[in-house]
Structure formats: C-alpha cells, structure tokens
Design a protein around this ligand. Structure first.
Ligand code: NDP
Length: 334
C-alpha cells in the first residue's frame, strides 16, 4: 500500500494515481471503495429540484462546494470491493468530475453487455429506460388496442414509452415542443400521431381531435395545464402514471390543477412512482430490452454534449427543451 498522511494530502494522493506516482493501491483492500473514471454523465430533470434546499425532493439536495452527483457510466480504475475489478464498466451514481471515489459502490450496476453503445446506460439501458418500463408496464396496466397519450414524448423516457406501447399494439399519440421533435415521433419512433403543444392555444380541443373517443392511458411527464386538459379527455377507468411534472420544477408556486374531480366521476386511477423502487426488476428489463435493441425493434435517440465544461448548459437545456432525445455529456473516451 502507498499511504499518504493526513486529509490535506488526500487530493495530491488521488491525483497522483493518474501520473503513476503511487506505488501499489490507493483504494486499500477492505475499504470497499472504488475509484471511477467517468465516461458519460446523464442530464436528468430531477437534478433541478436538487438545487433547492428542500425536503420535498425524493433525492437529496446538492452540497454547495462539492461536485454535483448524478447518474453516469464509468470505468473502474481501482477497487477495494470484491464485486468490482479494475477495467469493469459500471453505471450509477457518480460525480460531475473526471474521477470519482465511490465509498459505497453497492448501488452501482456492473455493465455486463458491451455489444451496445456504453452511453446507452445513461438512457435506454439505465435509469430512464427502467422508468419507461416500470411506469408503462407496472403502473399503467396496458392492454392491446388501448389509446395512449405521452407528454414530453421525444425525451429520454417518453420515446421509449411510446415504442413499448406500439409493441403492445396500442394507439399512441405524443406531444413535444418543436416541429423537429414531432417529426421524430412520427417517422423514427412510429407513433400513430404527434403534435406540437406550443402550437395549440386550446389543449383540451387538441386532445379531443387526436382522441375523439378519449384516452385510456396518460403517461404524465409535464404536469400543469397539460394534466388539466388530459383529465377532461380521459376515458372511464383510465390510468395515469405520474412520472414527472417538468413544467413545475422552475416555479416558486406550482400551477393549479382544476379538473381532479374527474378522477372520481370517471373512476380514473392516477399513480405516482419512483424508478429506484423498481430496480429489482432491472435484470428482467434487460432480458426484455436487449433483444429489441439488437434486432432494431426499439431505437434510441441521444443528444450528446461534448466535455464536462458543456454539462451545465446541457442540463439547463432540458427546461427549455433544447435537447432532442436523451441528453448526456461525454467526459472521456473509454
Ligand atoms: P426529457 O429528455 O424528456 O427532457 C425534458 C423535456 O421536457 C424537454 O426536452 C422538453 O421537451 C420538456 N419540457 C421542459 N420544460 C417544459 C415545460 N415547461 N412544459 C412542457 N414540457 C417541458 O426528460 P426525461 O425523459 O429524462 O424526463 C421526463 C420526465 O420524467 C420528467 O418529468 C422527469 O422528472 C421524469 N422522471 C421521473 C422518474 C421517476 O422515477 N418518477 C425518473 C426519470 C424521469 P419539449 O421540447 O417536448 O417541451
């Protein structure tokens, strides 16, 4: 072992790993830590509530002065944990920095399948993929032939929900915030219909146009006035999976939703969910999704920012819709 003395010498010891100054291991056997070289970082909407001091967010607030934490794909460069060895690829919670020392690596997922792009583990094969899978199949209880509506439909989660619904034989309509995204929904992801919600003054009327007989399943990504308009257009015994409400994350006071009484009169089931409570199904999800990717039956669009210095702008862009598909950041090549 190469032991540096005192916390004040820790940064130099860590940096020394990359100039080869250390002799032996810097993550001692038994410490359980792993040292990661970050390759891809994921930009996710839930990171916005983490910028506030609040108990309401399901993830802890960022700590001023410390690197932002978030999901990413990384290579193990040193390990004191029996489950991981040098050279392994992993995805899970890491830092917005070049190298991260993870002291409790139990929550990291070891990447076993590398015949697909590694960046996919920030999206289709990672947290957003699991979100689409659990949210659609477990929360929505979908059936063939049902009418499905998805908001923020071209994003990391939405593009997958739509494709899963099509695989099942549902009728699928998505909304997004630009002409380019609407085109993508129809031509690339093969939704039955798509529209730009920013072009619609009357959202209730727009939904009536696309769903003359009503909506069976709404996959909720945006909240606010979109949810209000959807409630008026739901069918009896419809289901709403509340995945997220991105339109509300930048507001000091959330917008009012006025049509909730339709939950009663139409006997609609509306259920929120958190993806990390579904991670036990990750192996089952991989069995489902990997063959679909390899056979080209499910496709995935990524929006790749280059370099850590461009990560903040990429994250902020999620809230103006500048991302087309899953937003991620390349930090280093493998
Ligand atoms: P996306 O890739 O869809 O990116 C966010 C998109 O939201 C933007 O591109 C933009 O698309 C849209 N948007 C931004 N601001 C607004 C607004 N004010 N009104 C309407 N739309 C807006 O993100 P994800 O797929 O990663 O996430 C989608 C949702 O899922 C989010 O609400 C997120 O919080 C939630 N989520 C929840 C999880 C859970 O465990 N419950 C896990 C993961 C995600 P456009 O141009 O179309 O407007």
């Amino acid at each position: 072992e190469d032991i540096a003395e005192g916390l004040e010498n820790a940064p130099a010891a860590l940096v020394g790993l990359f100039s080869g100054r250390n002799v032996g291991k810097q993550v001692p056997e038994g410490s359980n830590a792993v040292l990661l070289k970050n390759l891809y970082l994921s930009c996710d909407p839930y990171m916005r509530p983490r910028m506030a001091k609040s108990d309401s967010s399901y993830a802890s607030s960022f700590v001023p002065g410390s690197p932002i934490t978030g999901n990413g794909v990384a290579k193990v460069v040193d390990s004191g944990h029996p489950k991981f060895k040098k050279g392994d690829f992993v995805w899970g919670m890491t830092g917005w920095e070049e190298y991260t020392l993870v002291k409790t690596p139990e929550s990291l997922f070891k990447i076993e399948h590398t015949d697909v792009p590694l960046s996919y583990y920030t999206g289709i094969l990672g947290m957003p993929g699991m979100t689409a899978y659990a949210g659609f199949f477990d929360i929505c209880s979908p059936k063939k032939g049902e009418y499905v509506y998805i908001s923020a439909a071209s994003g990391a989660v939405g593009q997958l929900v739509g494709q899963f619904a099509k695989l099942l034989g549902c009728y699928v309509v998505g909304s997004a915030g630009s002409k380019e995204k609407v085109e993508l929904l129809k031509s690339k992801f093969e939704f039955d219909e798509a529209f730009n919600y920013k072009d619609e003054q009357d959202l209730v009327g727009a939904l009536k146009r696309y769903f003359p007989n009503g909506i069976d399943i709404y996959f909720e990504n945006v909240g606010g006035r979109m949810l209000d308009a959807v409630l008026l257009n739901m069918r009896e015994h419809g289901r709403i999976a509340v995945c997220g409400m991105i339109s509300q994350y930048n507001l000091d006071r959330p917008e009012g939703v006025y049509n909730l009484s339709f939950l009663i009169t139409k006997r609609i089931r509306m259920e929120g969910f958190l993806v990390f409570e579904h991670y036990h199904n990750y192996p089952k999800f991989l069995d489902f999704i990997l063959p679909h990717i390899r056979e080209g039956k499910v496709v995935y669009v990524e929006d790749v920012a280059d370099g850590l210095e461009n990560a903040p702008a990429a994250l902020v862009g999620l809230f103006s819709g500048s991302n087309v598909g899953k937003q991620l950041v390349v930090v280093a090549k493998e």
